[in-house]
Design a protein around this ligand. Structure first.
Ligand SMILES: C[S@@+](CC[C@H](N)C(=O)[O-])C[C@H]1O[C@@H](n2cnc3c(N)ncnc32)[C@H](O)[C@@H]1O
Length: 234
């Protein structure tokens, strides 16, 4: 059976049972292979921008005897990929800005699709973009893998713009994940924002708006962590 680390497992858990998926930037094809092997996905398109990773995915799919259920495609994002009948799209292991750019090019065709997005960086950028472009964040799951904490964002297209405060852009719906890994994710965000705040305070003439926002973020994440602590979740 294909092994998945906790980051990829968190994505797999949010996949629609029996669904038909596209894994953009599949690299070795681990997720499509694991999901089809487990009987959780009926069909996958495993795509990548570069021929090398796609070769690795093809080899993995062939070794596991899954070539009938998992197609491979060389593609930039979702460009040129057939979306009819697709229930889930996974875009994982890339920067948040790149994920947004990929979604933007097919946004109007994504109604009803379960989007599973896992930004390696710029998660706040991605959440802001989703809110501003008619995508609702339905749930987030956090995972710690190789000592780093990640958020998996489950989103869907509604067409409605959603207000996004700086705190929501920073944490999204991670505070609703009651697990240990979410506490690690939130503590990582707090440490990063505290560092940014120290930097701003140390500068000769800090921008008052930036300072106020950074103070608000530090206070907001602390309050989230304190509330979890009271529930015994930290
Ligand atoms: C770090 S790997 C992540 C692999 C896997 N998705 C994961 O989360 O473990 C990023 C992969 O995305 C691919 N990639 C980068 N930009 C892409 C794009 N615009 N369209 C499709 N694939 C892309 C890279 O070639 C690489 O294989």
């Amino acid at each position: 059976m294909q092994h998945l680390d906790s980051r990829l497992s968190a994505i797999a858990e949010l996949f629609t049972p029996g669904g038909r998926g596209i894994d953009v930037g599949t690299d070795h094809g681990y997720l499509p292979v694991a999901l089809v092997q487990a009987g959780k996905a009926a069909h996958f398109i495993a795509s990548d921008l570069r021929p090398g990773p796609l070769q690795s995915a093809r080899a993995n799919i062939r070794e596991n005897g899954l070539a009938d259920q998992i197609e491979t495609r060389l593609a930039d994002g979702l460009d040129g990929l057939p979306l009819a009948g697709v229930t889930d799209i996974i875009i994982a292991g890339m920067g948040g800005q790149l994920i947004a750019e990929i979604l933007a090019r097919r946004a109007s065709e994504l109604a009803g699709v379960n989007l599973l997005l896992q930004p390696m960086t710029q998660a706040a950028f991605l959440r802001r973009w989703l809110c501003a472009n008619g995508f609702a964040i339905r749930r987030e799951r956090c995972a710690v893998a190789a000592g780093k904490a990640y958020a998996v964002i489950q989103a869907g297209f509604t067409g409605e713009e959603i207000p996004c405060t700086p705190l929501y852009a920073l944490t999204g719906r991670a505070p609703e994940d009651g697990g240990e890994d979410a506490a690690v994710y939130l503590k990582t965000l707090l440490e990063r924002e505290e560092k940014r705040l120290r930097g701003l305070r140390a500068s000769a003439s800090p921008d008052p708006d930036a300072l106020r926002e950074a103070e608000g973020l530090v206070r907001g994440v602390k309050e989230i962590l304190q509330a979890r602590g009271k529930d015994g979740k930290v």
